[in-house]
Design a protein around this ligand. Structure first.
Ligand code: F6R
Length: 240
């Protein structure tokens, strides 16, 4: 794993953007794997500023998001589809029809997982952007998720519900289930960038980089990826 330790969140976002810009400049119709949460917002701001200034274009880029809450869709500002439009898609020249995310309101969850897995099988991700949960999850693959998993519905752990409740009016409003790409979908990406910032991620970052490769720490599977770069700030790197 390549490891880049930088001073702070801003520097982390700028480092990640360098890799993003190289990928979409080199391949105009690149396939991106994208994440939500606090971690990638700075990267998305860099992409927006650059695109608005006439830099990289996303006109022919396709995007696949990692996960979505079960029960939420664009009509909820807590949904991940809403997040992606508000924080990225509505501000760059990507075509909305080229963006993909699990449908949180799908009537048949199994069919929705099958639909998403078929799409992922037909589209190899050139660059996958990831954050990491304080319990070592990637996407919503919680500790104990099989490494061979594909897109599935998960019961979120109490830890994740608590972490994510900061974005909701109350903890009771946080959905208890989510669709998520599986670990084998993520590992199929050609290149992966995982970002982490803040002291509350230090333990998870240690598990990601130095810990045993075990399903108890889902992110540890990335030690087996041929082209994975961790970009983190000093606080998140403090246990390395
Ligand atoms: C988001 C996702 C999650 C987050 C992780 C970190 O699509 O899949 O795995 O990357 O929970 O969240 P933040 O960035 O909010 O600390």
């Amino acid at each position: 794993m390549n490891i880049i330790v930088v001073k702070d969140y801003d520097a982390m976002s700028k480092e990640a953007f360098k890799i993003m810009k190289a990928v979409v400049t080199d391949k105009k119709d690149a396939v991106l794997g994208l994440a939500t949460g606090s971690t990638p917002i700075g990267l998305y701001k860099e992409m927006i500023a650059d695109c608005k200034a006439g830099g990289a274009s996303y006109k022919d880029v396709r995007a696949f998001n990692l996960d979505e809450y079960v029960g939420l869709d664009y009509s909820s500002d807590q949904s991940y589809v809403y997040f992606m439009r508000a924080n990225l898609f509505d501000h760059i020249d990507i075509k909305l029809e080229n963006t993909n995310i699990e449908n949180g309101k799908a009537a048949d969850a199994e069919a929705e997982c099958a639909r998403y897995n078929a799409l992922l099988a037909a589209n190899t991700i050139d660059l996958q952007i990831l954050g990491i949960g304080s319990n070592g999850h990637i996407a919503f693959n919680e500790p104990g998720t099989p490494f061979a998993s594909v897109t599935h519905v998960v019961d979120l752990t109490e830890n994740t519900i608590k972490d994510n409740s900061r974005l909701f009016k109350s903890i009771d409003e946080v959905p208890r289930k989510a669709f998520t790409m599986g670990l084998s979908n993520i590992m199929a990406a050609k290149k992966i960038v995982i970002m982490a910032n803040g002291a509350n991620k230090a333990k998870a970052v240690y598990g990601l980089v130095r810990g045993e490769v075990t399903e108890d720490v889902p992110a540890s599977i990335l030690q087996n990826h041929a082209d994975c770069t961790l970009i983190c700030d000093e606080a998140a790197a403090s246990l390395l």
